[in-house]
Design a protein around this ligand. Structure first.
Ligand code: ADP
Ligand code: MN
Ligand code: MN
Ligand code: MN
Length: 374
């Protein structure tokens, strides 16, 4: 098919022969990091003399920033098994640091792990859990939605969500292989489903505690792009890849604290939602990769979204900004869902904003200033 890349036509069976060659004590270690200028992912691999057992075994590395060539440091954060080069090889999620060892600051201020981690430390007694639902859309390398007719459109929406069948579930190989790859790697993937628009899919990561949410979701995104590369297609996290009567792609965030999970927790859930209602605009600014501009195309009030300009909350309401799932309302505890984050959000920024608004002490809140969200 013309919308599939050349490299996917290479003989993957031959590749298997080389992957099974013994490698002695050596270990291939792939460093993965977020390009803070564009929020896309980068990686490079090197050989270690023996298998690293803990994250402290991973030496720091460096790279030249694209464009400028400025040298940055890669500090290891967490280690996963490598589902592509297989055991004992590793994937290492890294934080990008300046030569001074401070977190790198990029033009678009997209390096949020460090600030997020500080907030998570402050609220760790609340044991904040998060689960995020990453939606994505498959495209050919030419940018055309995968499996869509060259001219015209597929049948209108209504038969694709959770669908089965060659005429409606486009690209299940990607979702299935990504799911397996995540499990092998050690990512807390919770499930997957076909979405409302053809060639749109979702996977869920979580529940994860604190900073782990961002770490696991970013690595899960890396695996997604890497699996797509094998199949010769592209996953876009654009929040509204197709204009018109087609669903956009979000990244709903589900949130709970130890208090919310206990009996009677609904009281704390309602308190958190009340606080969110007062900071709608600030949250919209951090819920996509471009300060709210991307979500303007998605949060229209149609296609299971709420309007970008107003906050709303409701039980079992998939048209609200924040939803209390039906089973939560019935049990009067567990968690709530914020449906506003776009597919291309930075989970570090989103979980950080959630903590600042809902969980920090009142006095902390007063000092809070989103403009200094560094
Ligand atoms: P839906 O599509 O109905 O909104 P999903 O099943 O796709 O829901 O996603 C539910 C999400 O809620 C998952 O990411 C899961 O990890 C998360 N989750 C479940 N329990 C909790 C909890 N106690 N706290 C936070 N997140 C949770
Ligand atoms: Mn879902
Ligand atoms: Mn969904
Ligand atoms: Mn959801």
């Amino acid at each position: 098919m013309s919308c599939v890349s050349e490299s996917s036509h290479l003989n993957k069976f031959l590749r298997q022969r080389y992957l099974s060659l013994p490698q002695g004590d050596f270990c291939q270690v792939t460093y993965v990091w977020i390009n803070g200028c564009s929020l896309d992912l980068c990686s490079k691999t090197r050989t270690m003399d023996s298998e690293p057992k803990v994250i402290a075994d991973i030496p720091e590395w460096d790279f030249g920033q694209r464009g400028s060539g400025t040298e940055m440091l890669l500090a290891s954060i967490c280690m996963f098994r490598d589902p592509f080069l297989l055991d004992p090889n590793k994937l290492i999620l890294c934080e990008v640091l300046k030569q001074t060892r401070e977190p790198a600051v990029f033009l678009l201020d997209l390096n949020h792990r460090n600030s997020c981690n500080k907030e998570m430390e402050k609220v760790k007694d609340l044991q904040p859990w998060f689960g995020m639902e990453q939606e994505y859309t498959l495209l050919g390398v030419d940018g055309h939605p995968y499996g869509w007719p060259r001219l015209g459109y597929p049948k209108k929406q209504g038969l694709y969500y959770c669908s089965v069948g060659a005429d409606r579930a486009f690209g299940r190989d990607i979702a299935d292989c990504h799911y397996k790859a995540c499990l092998y790697a050690g990512i807390k993937i919770g499930g997957t489903n076909a979405e409302a628009m053809p060639s749109q899919w979702e996977f869920q990561v979580g529940p994860c505690e604190g900073i782990e949410m961002g770490d696991h979701l970013w690595m899960a995104r890396f695996l997604l792009h890497r699996v797509c590369e094998d199949f010769g297609v592209v996953a876009t996290l654009d929040p509204k890849p197709m204009t018109g009567d087609w669903n956009g792609a979000g990244c709903h965030i589900n949130v709970s604290t130890v208090q919310m999970r206990e009996e009677g927790g609904i009281e704390y859930i309602e308190k958190a939602i009340e606080k969110l209602s007062k900071r709608h605009a600030e949250h919209i600014r951090v819920y996509d990769a471009h300060g709210g501009e991307d979500n303007k195309r998605r949060l229209t009030g149609h296609h299971e979204t709420a309007s970008i300009s107003n906050f709303s909350a409701g039980v079992a309401d998939r048209g609200a900004s924040v939803r209390i799932p039906l089973h939560v309302a019935q049990k009067k505890c567990v968690y709530f869902e914020d449906r506003r984050p776009a597919a291309n959000c930075d989970p570090y920024a989103v979980t950080c904003a959630m903590v600042r608004t809902c969980l920090l002490e009142e006095e902390e809140e007063l000092k809070w200033n989103f403009e200094n969200n560094k």
